[in-house]
Design a protein around this ligand. Structure first.
Ligand code: NDP
Length: 493
């Protein structure tokens, strides 16, 4: 048998007794000088970092991305320079609204966060398993999340607050239709697609820019759970999805996703009939077909959940040269809110933790801060410019300028394009569903809607009708509300 190492305090001093506290006599009180007891209790009290406000419950795994079709024409990012390039990666999948101990099989969008450790720094793609989102302006985000999480008085999730918000926010209908469709509860994390949802950009060495949407198509096939199956599983295993991902990888059944993009030349954005930066809209495939890029595989489980999954810090602003953001209002806000959340949850030096640390040299002038655990830049210059060979900028990798027009102001995105609406794409989704999928969708909607006040039901029904009269009629029938009570003209177009 191997000899165990000697147990120590955090300072490395050997411990002689880990079973009995030091007391004044065998029946007397505990002594303050029992340093080991104090250290143990104090550390234990501080074991938790604040859970993420959203996406608290997650599962993660390591893997590898392989490029199968180069994007050299569109981006100078070295990762995409030629087919055959590979890079290590880490993925974290999550539910959105539930707390860190909540059931995996809830009806909820799934976070689909990917960190690629490229030779030019980390590329983080912080997406969802849905191609769109409930709101298109981050000014509404915290209100939206409040409406979905626990009621401040009762501490309970509340269908009324959820549907109140959705019925007052018609732009949410496309995502609501996705969420309550069969795909609203994936069978496992391996059986769902991922999407950047946002529009990002790619730019090449000549300064030409394309707008881009990323798609990650499961090669396991889309598989889903019904409400009944999900409830049964939640009753016996809250961690069903986390367990499934872990067990699949442990037995060598590595899940894979195809990586595809939609590309839009920069100037198309000015005339495209759909707002290209509206997070509640997709770009129909017939307008911008999918282009193959590569494939990724998840093939290694974390060795320590806290170190690798809980401390994984994804941020949409992490992009190597050749990749960029877009004017998508939600993306712009997320560029701030993700690193801001990490600084709060994990601390200012979160990027230096092993799970977040790039697999390439990091040369910043950041110094100090709480829990600085590397050499802190040693004796090297901590200011720039300097005369001592410190790292310097490279003008060759500046992102091309983007032409903007108009006056500063607060603009409603939907007003920008004549004829734009919040209903067509929700209707398109409804119409592409099979009869069985439509029946499931209607049932999934009617169950929670039955519990909310009638004025909210009626207001929401108007949105379903506007997306597709059959969609509205079937939900109305499920709720027992006569069609003449639902005056569609009252829903904003
Ligand atoms: P297409 O017929 O070219 O594509 C339909 C898309 O819908 C496919 O990506 C398919 O994904 C996906 N899909 C099928 N069933 C469901 C479902 N129950 N829930 C969510 N997605 C589903 O049509 P368009 O490109 O014109 O888009 C039509 C509608 O399809 C959109 O309004 C949108 O709601 C939905 N959609 C569109 C996407 C896009 O980027 N254009 C992406 C995803 C959804 P798969 O191939 O994996 O089956």
């Amino acid at each position: 048998m191997n000899k165990c190492p000697i147990m120590t305090t955090a300072a490395g001093t050997p411990i002689g007794d880990n079973q009995n506290s030091e007391t004044a006599g065998s029946r007397g009180p505990v002594l303050m000088q029992d340093y080991q007891l104090m250290e143990k209790m104090a550390h234990f009290n501080r074991e938790r970092v604040p859970e993420r406000v959203v996406h608290a419950k997650g599962a993660g795994a390591h893997g590898r991305l392989t490029i199968t079709h180069d994007l050299a024409r569109y981006t100078r990012a070295k990762l995409f320079a030629k087919a055959g390039n590979t890079c290590e990666m880490f993925a974290r999948f999550s539910t959105v609204a539930g707390e860190s101990g909540s059931a995996d099989t809830a009806r909820d969008p799934r976070g689909f966060s990917l960190k690629f450790y490229t030779e030019e720094g980390n590329w983080d793609l912080v997406g969802n398993n849905t191609p769109v989102f409930f709101v298109r302006d981050a000014l509404k985000f915290s209100d939206f999340i409040h409406s979905q999480k626990r009621d401040p008085a009762t501490g309970l999730r509340d269908n009324t607050t959820q549907w109140d918000f959705w019925s007052l926010s018609p732009e949410s209908l496309h995502q609501v239709t996705t969420l309550f469709s069969d795909r609203g509860i994936p069978a496992t994390l391996r059986h769902m697609n991922g999407y950047s949802s946002h529009t990002y950009s790619l730019w090449n060495a000549h300064g030409a820019r394309h707008w881009v949407k990323w798609h990650f198509k499961t090669l396991q096939g889309n598989k889903t759970l019904t409400n009944e199956e999900a409830a049964r599983i939640a009753g016996s295993d809250l961690d069903y999805h986390r367990r499934d991902l872990h067990d699949a990888i442990a037995r060598g059944d590595y899940p894979k996703w195809k990586v595809q993009i939609q590309l839009m030349p920069e100037l198309d954005a000015d005339s495209y009939r759909i707002h290209p930066f509206d997070l509640t809209k997709v770009w129909p495939h017939k307008d911008y077909p999918l282009i193959e890029v590569g494939e990724f595989e998840l093939n290694r489980n974390p060795q320590n959940y806290f170190a690798e999954v809980e401390q994984a810090a994804f941020e949409p602003g992490n992009m190597p040269p050749g990749m960029g953001a877009s004017p998508d209002k939600m993306l712009q806000a997320r560029l701030l809110s993700y690193p801001d959340a990490h600084r709060y949850r994990i601390g200012i030096n979160y990027a230096a933790l092993p799970i977040n640390k790039p697999h390439c040299p990091v040369n910043t002038y950041h110094r100090d801060g709480q829990t600085r655990f590397d050499d802190n830049g040693g004796g090297r210059a901590n200011y720039e410019p300097n005369s001592f060979d410190g790292p310097a900028e490279d003008a060759a990798i500046r992102e091309p300028p983007l032409k903007l027009h108009g006056d500063t102001g607060r603009y409603a995105m939907r007003d920008e394009i004549a004829g734009d609406d919040d209903y067509s794409q929700a209707g398109d989704l409804y119409r592409l569903m099979s009869a069985e999928q439509k029946t499931q969708l209607i049932g999934n909607l009617v169950t929670p809607l039955k519990t909310v006040p009638r004025f909210i039901q009626v207001r929401q029904l108007r949105h379903f009708f506007k997306a597709d009269p059959d969609y509205g009629a079937r939900v109305a029938a499920g709720l027992g509300i006569p069609i003449n009570e639902v005056d569609c003209r009252k829903a904003s177009a």
